[in-house]
Design a protein around this ligand. Structure first.
Ligand SMILES: Nc1ncnc2c1ncn2[C@@H]1O[C@H](COP(=O)(O)OP(=O)(O)OP(=O)(O)O)[C@@H](O)[C@H]1O
Length: 252
């Protein structure tokens, strides 16, 4: 999967330009950068919700946006998405939420769907919550239920927007473990947007750092590599949770 010379914009407002990177199969790829730099916008374009102004988006060898709508729909079937809010339907139980994509996009009968729902919920340790409603779940449980739903159609590419936002450090670390296990066990490729440094260092093996001022990517590499080797002041400050040096300080 690759973006090649992509510009993303809303109307006349360019969010990011010259975005080029390749996500290796089976990797956990992090999209990083400060607030408002365009991380979610990049993710949005990768799941087909925003067409780039320029450039190409390749999924496998195919140009996603040159394909016809029917082909794009079939490519979208390979994607699983976990939104920041988990985005569960509040009027449906956890089991019904996970079943929904299967009912919409497969011909499976109710018994087969039930078995698959149980399997997916088992993978994320949520089988016992199958009949509960989202309002009855903790934040971490909602994320795990969202993850089970993202995996409903056996995607080979998973997109996570701030998976650990709002979770305490222990729950967040458990979710990290789960994400790595899913990658290792299912061989999925994962693209993740996150601010959570401990999480990024623990799980991501490649990534890209977007700059909000120049509206361009300014560094490529895994979060831990960028932390240890990148001397760009913005990247350094982000990776070390420091404020960037002012120009005056830099010249002292
Ligand atoms: N639908 C939209 N229309 C116009 N501008 C938008 C739209 N969605 C996002 N933006 C703008 O695009 C910029 C990037 O937003 P985006 O949510 O991608 O950033 P982000 O890096 O994910 O931020 P955060 O870390 O704060 O979630 C922001 O200036 C935002 O206001």
């Amino acid at each position: 999967m690759a973006l090649d010379g992509v510009t993303l914009a809303f109307g006349s407002k360019v969010i990011q330009q010259d975005v080029s990177f390749t996500v290796r199969r089976g990797s956990i790829f992090a999209v990083m950068g400060g607030s408002g730099c365009g991380k979610s916008t990049v993710l949005k374009s990768m799941i087909g919700l925003l067409r780039p102004r320029t450039g190409r988006y390749l999924v496998g060898d195919e140009d996603y946006w040159s394909a016809d709508d029917a082909h794009r729909v079939s490519v979208n079937r390979r994607f699983g998405v976990l939104f920041q809010s988990a985005a569960l339907w509040s009027s449906l139980t956890v089991g019904e939420n996970v079943a929904l994509p299967m009912q919409m996009f497969t011909q499976l009968d109710a018994a087969a769907i039930r078995r698959l729902v149980e399997l997916k919920l088992g993978l994320v340790g949520m089988l016992s919550a199958i009949d509960q409603y989202p309002a009855e779940l903790s934040g971490g449980m909602k994320k795990r239920a969202g993850l089970a739903r993202a995996m409903a159609l056996d995607p080979d590419i998973l997109f996570f927007d701030e998976p650990s936002a709002g979770l305490d450090p222990i729950t967040s670390a458990r979710l990290d473990e789960l994400i790595v296990n899913l990658r290792d066990g299912l061989g999925a490729t994962i693209v993740i947007v996150s601010h959570e440094l401990p999480s990024l260092f623990a799980i991501a093996d490649d990534g890209l750092f977007l700059d909000a001022q120049s509206h361009r990517p300014i560094a490529h590499g895994s979060p831990s590599w960028l932390r240890d080797h990148c001397d760009d002041p913005q990247v350094f400050a982000f990776m070390h949770r420091a404020r960037p040096e002012t120009p005056a300080e830099r010249h002292e």
